[in-house]
Write a protein that binds this ligand. Structure first.
Ligand SMILES: Cc1ncc(COP(=O)(O)O)c(C=O)c1O
Length: 409
């Protein structure tokens, strides 16, 4: 029963949500953070703050331990073989740029192909275009259909002997559909290509097991999974990361430097130049512990129940167009839509006036919206802490917008 599943009040763990009755439905842009994450960051600065990986005194060693323990928590969270495969970055965008600058620029030759999809966030598109422009490689897009579906046949046609990199979101940030990354990985590996998985919208909502997937690189952001802003993750297979040149140069990424030469630090520090975001990593560790304490089974079931409620409620309203699949099961908490005759910015402004936060615009995915011929859209995105009341508030407001904009009078 939907109601049974949704009776637990998780909002009490999130001080911003507990202090307001606003329905926060912009979780794909960034999630809210529970008290334990905010406290973990605060605790780091209050009790353990020193520059990690540098000092030899007690406090610096505490800071180093806190930072490296966070890495182990991430390793376990995504089931990586070794903590050396976990690189801390600022966010998904930086993780993808790291692969593009370091891996792509060193392997691509003129005529090589990078295969990606038309539904990618700009962060998983522009780095590959940069790499292609600098090397003479070509970016090839796989189109999805109007339902956001990418077929095995489309993957098989796009991935060829010329393919060197396949870059693909596991869950798209506009259509919210689970993409066939397993098939892409199988086909890419058969031709010797590597696969970069953008897990920004999947890691917060479902288990991502990098060994099971056999992904070569996986990128995600802490701030979308209840952790702090400014901390992100790049997972890479050790054999690939070991061969890759550094992406950023400076302190902490070397073992020694002489006047003319240097030796780079072993993994993962080769890719973490300069003072690291230790408090952010500690906060991410707390977010992972928090998610583990609830469990993906519960989180996914709640999100599915809320998605169904929201989707079916929207389908009953006149003049609402849901973009992508018309089945709620094919939306992982993300529902993008338009209202006939109403600009999405007006939708978001009216929603805001009624205490509902949603996103409006192009969602950093302009090529997808062009492909679907739909221009700007509005997007509601759910997290496990949302409630039936949030969804009802959204639906009530949604149902009133056309009339408030003067239609049907
Ligand atoms: C699928 C996807 N990829 C990449 C990003 C970029 O994430 P960040 O801004 O945290 O780097 C986002 C952000 O919305 C996203 O949804």
């Amino acid at each position: 029963m939907v109601s049974d599943l949704l009776t637990v009040d998780y909002k009490k763990d999130f001080p911003l949500l507990a202090a307001t009755d606003v329905a926060y439905l912009d979780n794909s842009a960034t999630s809210q953070r529970p008290t334990c994450v905010i406290e973990a960051e605060r605790d780091f600065y209050l009790k353990h703050n020193a520059n990690p990986l540098r000092g030899l005194y007690q406090l610096a060693m505490e800071a180093t331990d806190a930072y490296e323990n966070a890495r182990i928590a991430v390793q376990k969270f995504i089931n990586a073989k070794s903590e050396q495969e976990i690189i801390f970055t600022r966010n998904t965008t930086e993780s993808l740029n790291l692969v593009a600058y370091s891996y792509a620029l060193s392997v691509l030759q003129p005529g090589d192909e990078i295969v990606t999809t038309i539904m990618e966030h700009h962060s998983n598109m522009l780095p590959w275009r940069m790499a292609a422009a600098k090397t003479g490689a070509v970016v090839k897009y796989i189109d999805c259909d109007a339902e956001g579906y990418i077929s095995d046949a489309a993957l098989a046609e796009a991935i060829t002997a010329k393919t060197k990199i396949v870059a693909m979101a596991q869950v798209g940030n506009v259509l919210g559909r689970l993409n066939p990354v397993e098939k892409a990985i199988e086909l890419a590996h058969a031709v010797g290509a590597v696969v970069v998985v953008d897990a920004a919208q999947s890691a917060p909502h479902m288990p991502v097991d990098v060994q099971k997937l056999d992904a070569d690189f996986v990128a995600f952001s802490g701030h979308k999974m209840f952790g702090p802003m400014g901390i992100g993750v790049l997972y890479g297979k050790k054999k690939l990361l070991n061969k890759m040149p550094p992406y950023c140069y400076g302190g902490e990424m070397i073992t020694w430097v002489s006047r003319d030469t240097q030796e780079y630090a072993p993994l993962p520090h080769k890719f973490e130049a300069g003072t690291v975001n230790a408090a952010g990593a500690v906060g991410l560790h707390a977010a992972i512990d928090y998610m583990n304490s609830i469990g993906f089974e519960v989180m996914e079931a709640r999100e599915a129940a809320l998605t169904k409620l929201c989707f079916e409620g929207m389908q009953k309203l006149e003049g609402i167009n849901i973009i992508g699949s018309q089945k709620w099961e094919e939306h992982k908490g993300i529902i993008t839509f338009t209202i006939d005759g109403v600009h999405p910015h007006d939708i978001a402004a009216i929603m805001d006036a009624d205490g509902v936060n949603i996103r409006a615009g192009n969602h950093c995915a302009q090529p997808l919206l062009d492909h679907l011929h739909c221009g700007a859209t509005a997007r509601a995105s759910l997290a496990f802490y949302n409630t039936e009341a949030d969804v009802q508030k959204f639906l009530t407001c949604l149902g009133s917008i056309r009339e408030r904009m003067g239609y049907g009078r």
